[in-house]
Design a protein around this ligand. Structure first.
Ligand code: KG4
Ligand code: ZN
Length: 355
């Protein structure tokens, strides 16, 4: 089964063609990602109106490029998938409408994919990971610990009560005058700094639930920075290292609680899976390996280019759904908010006839 996937929920315009074999394994035929980073850099964050306009301008060309690189025409495509949310609504409308138009004209099934579900299922594209697994999803907009029990079957074990981890990285970078997106910049600075110089809090540590809270950490960092302003390069590096160390300790504690909840309810996880842009961070990856070793499981962390937003994950989630006979009517609506637990799978939104 071969599916075209379109991703436009944030600041990447992306399209990809992915093949799913009958045994559940996957292969990427093309994966084109156009980052809008330069358009948003001056603002220190994504500007929704700029993002939506940039998607409109780029998407047709990106889709065409994905098809050419995959060496496929639409006769060889079984379904058209697009991220239908959650995300910045202007961008979501652009991607979903484009997918609807292609599906209508080419008479192909449409799959309205939840962006978080796409992150959640990427480990099955890269590593054919069996269910159930424990997912740590950490991006600019989300920080969640989930039990992934099947396609469309997700149970939230923990989430952030305020900022997402990626957002905390981005805000730290902005505060310290580093570029956007912040995560990679903070990580780079942290390698030159002293993680023990500043005493930052580890919010929520020791609690039995698996929730996160990061706004206090962000505030504590700002206070430390203000105390020693103006900042030297070494100060910036030390602040980044101390911040990243605090984040890593928080992840260790919160995820340990999440894995405990998982084990109590569902038994041993087949894997600890990392997804979202933050999973590109080497220090974060290291702590995941430590945790997996502790609980006797393995870490599946897709390569960084598949952890950050991309079209292949949307195409793959579309293929996984289509393989179960799940597709969507052309009337399906874009959604700014769409919790993963509301996705569903067992009760299809619309069944397609023969796959
Ligand atoms: O998944 P993603 O590409 O987009 C969504 O937010 O959905 O994640 C982007 C987020 C940004 O907040 C970015 O700063 C963060 O992931 N990020 C990182 C790193 N690379 C990206 N955070 C920490 N360390 C990194 N190396
Ligand atoms: Zn994402």
């Amino acid at each position: 089964m071969i599916v075209l996937g379109i991703e436009t929920t944030c600041d990447e315009t992306a399209a990809a063609v992915v093949e799913r074999y009958q045994d559940g394994r996957g292969r990427i035929l093309s994966n084109i990602v156009l980052s809008q980073v330069n358009e948003h850099a001056a603002f220190g964050g994504v500007v929704p109106e700029i993002a939506a306009r940039a998607h409109v301008e780029a998407l047709d060309h990106i889709v065409e490029q994905a098809m050419v690189e995959a060496k496929r025409n639409y006769d060889g495509i079984d379904g058209i998938a697009a991220a239908a949310g959650p995300g910045l609504i202007g961008g979501v409308i652009v991607g979903l409408t484009t997918a609807k138009a292609i599906a209508l004209v080419k008479e192909k099934p449409l799959i309205a994919v939840n962006h978080l579900e796409a992150h959640a299922l990427t480990a099955r594209l890269t590593d054919a990971t069996p269910f159930p697994y424990c997912l740590f999803l950490a991006s600019g907009g989300h920080t969640q610990v989930l039990a992934v029990r099947g396609v469309g079957d997700y149970v939230l074990l923990g989430t952030t009560l305020d900022d997402a981890i990626g957002e905390a990285f981005d805000k730290t970078a902005k505060l310290l005058g580093l570029g956007y997106p912040g995560g990679p910049q903070v990580e780079r600075e942290a390698t030159k700094g002293d993680p023990g110089r500043f005493q930052l809090p580890r919010p929520m540590s020791g609690r039995p639930d698996a929730n996160f809270s990061l706004s206090g950490l962000k505030t504590a960092l700002r206070i430390e920075a203000e105390k020693i302003a103006p900042l030297t390069d070494q100060d910036v590096a030390d602040l980044c290292a101390s911040f990243q160390q605090a984040i890593v300790n928080v992840i260790l504690d919160r995820l340990r609680a999440g894995l405990r909840l998982f084990r109590t309810r569902y038994g041993a996880p087949a894997a600890l899976v990392a997804a979202g842009g933050v999973a590109a961070n080497q220090a974060v990856r290291k702590v995941l390996h430590r945790l997996a070793f502790e609980v006797g499981t393995v870490v599946i962390a897709p390569p960084p280019e598949l952890c950050t937003d991309n079209g292949a994950m949307i195409a793959w989630a579309g293929a996984e759904r289509l393989a179960l006979g799940l597709a969507d009517p052309l009337e399906v609506m874009p959604r700014a908010r769409w919790p993963l637990e509301e996705v569903g799978g067992a009760a299809p939104r619309a069944r397609v006839k023969s796959y």
